[in-house]
Ligand binder design. Structure first.
Ligand code: ZN
Length: 329
């Protein structure tokens, strides 16, 4: 039995037909975890959908109304890049409920993983890039509303920048905020990447992503690490280490939200970085080690993953569970 819970429902499946987003990955991850005895049936918790009130903590009433009445404009549907349906709306409400449950559970178990979620391209008033509802932001705002946490840090390791996250939590940022101090020695060793940032507010956002990739417009996170095309394991891990140290020097989160995208993988169809499966597991280990050392609860969501062979995406995301098991046993 795992020393933490996995949040999963068969209804996490996104009804989007044949699509580059492998909606069946959630069930495959669950099945692989069971068949390899990494987890057993008792490790899983079934989430409830978020309430409309929860969703409205992040999203505008106008946008929520359009989703619930199926009245998005053709342009809004196009931006979403997944075919709209009432069933899809349900799946996103459930993903948000799963993230709320994972966040809550992590406060008692130190870590919790939702085998779903991580829809970091959703904005308050629109969805884009396969993301309708920002489940992680909803979870943060719900726990804050319940007085369970005051502050949170998002650590977004999906290959695509967390534009929705940056936009949602940018509200309290002021232009005069100082830049974070950056370790020059690390920058010297890894001159190709670029770290930039500014922060104010109750949620600190970190995004490590490929610079030359979607989204074209990248609203500023508290720390953005813009990685060059083809960056590999060693550079990536050094930048992640640097960004985590820099972020945690400036900010004390009550909760860490790890968005563990599988798409920095070198075989990814929508990514242009060169991480190996081994390197991605080291990435997970680093995040968990840092969180554990500082006693910060971690909730994990899985975000993107478009490997040519979907089994690789399943392996990478199962490895996140294995890394958590190793770190928190
Ligand atoms: Zn992605």
């Amino acid at each position: 039995m795992l020393p933490f819970k996995l949040i999963y429902s068969d209804d996490y499946y996104l009804p989007i037909g044949a699509h580059v987003f492998p909606a069946e990955k959630y069930r495959r991850i669950r099945d692989r975890l069971l068949s390899t005895s990494v987890a057993d049936a008792k490790d899983f918790l079934e989430p409830q959908p978020a309430s409309d009130q929860d969703i409205l903590l992040v999203h505008t009433p106008e946008y929520v109304h359009k989703l619930k009445t199926g009245t998005l404009s053709p342009r809004e549907e196009m931006e979403l890049e997944v075919p709209f349906s009432p069933e899809l709306v349900k799946a996103f409400w459930l993903a948000a409920g799963g993230s709320i449950l994972a966040a809550r559970q992590s406060l008692t178990d130190r870590v919790a993983i939702s085998i779903g979620g991580g829809f970091h391209h959703a904005f308050p008033d629109h969805g884009e890039g396969f993301c309708m509802i920002h489940d992680v932001a909803v979870a943060i705002r719900r726990l804050q509303r319940d007085d369970k946490i005051r502050t949170a840090m998002t650590v977004d390791c999906d290959v695509h920048q967390g534009n929705g996250t940056a936009a949602i939590f940018a509200g309290a940022r002021t232009a005069s905020e100082p830049l974070p101090s950056v370790s020059l020695s690390t920058l010297d060793r890894h001159p190709a990447g670029k770290m930039r940032g500014a922060h104010a507010g109750d949620v600190f956002t970190i995004s490590l992503h490929q610079h030359n990739n979607y989204p074209m417009w990248k609203p500023p996170s508290s720390i953005d690490v813009d990685l060059p095309d083809g960056a590999g394991d060693d550079d990536y891990l050094a930048w992640l280490d640097n960004a985590l140290s820099s972020g945690l020097r400036q900010f004390e989160p009550d909760l860490l939200c790890y968005i563990a995208g599988a798409d920095p993988y070198r075989e990814d169809q929508l990514g242009g970085l060169s991480l190996t499966i081994k390197g991605l597991k080291k990435r997970d280990e680093l995040v968990f080690r840092v969180a554990r050392a500082r006693d910060i609860p971690v909730m994990v969501t899985f975000a993107g993953g478009y490997a040519r062979n979907v089994e690789d995406t399943v392996t990478i995301q199962c490895n996140t569970v294995i890394a958590a098991k190793e770190a928190f046993s």
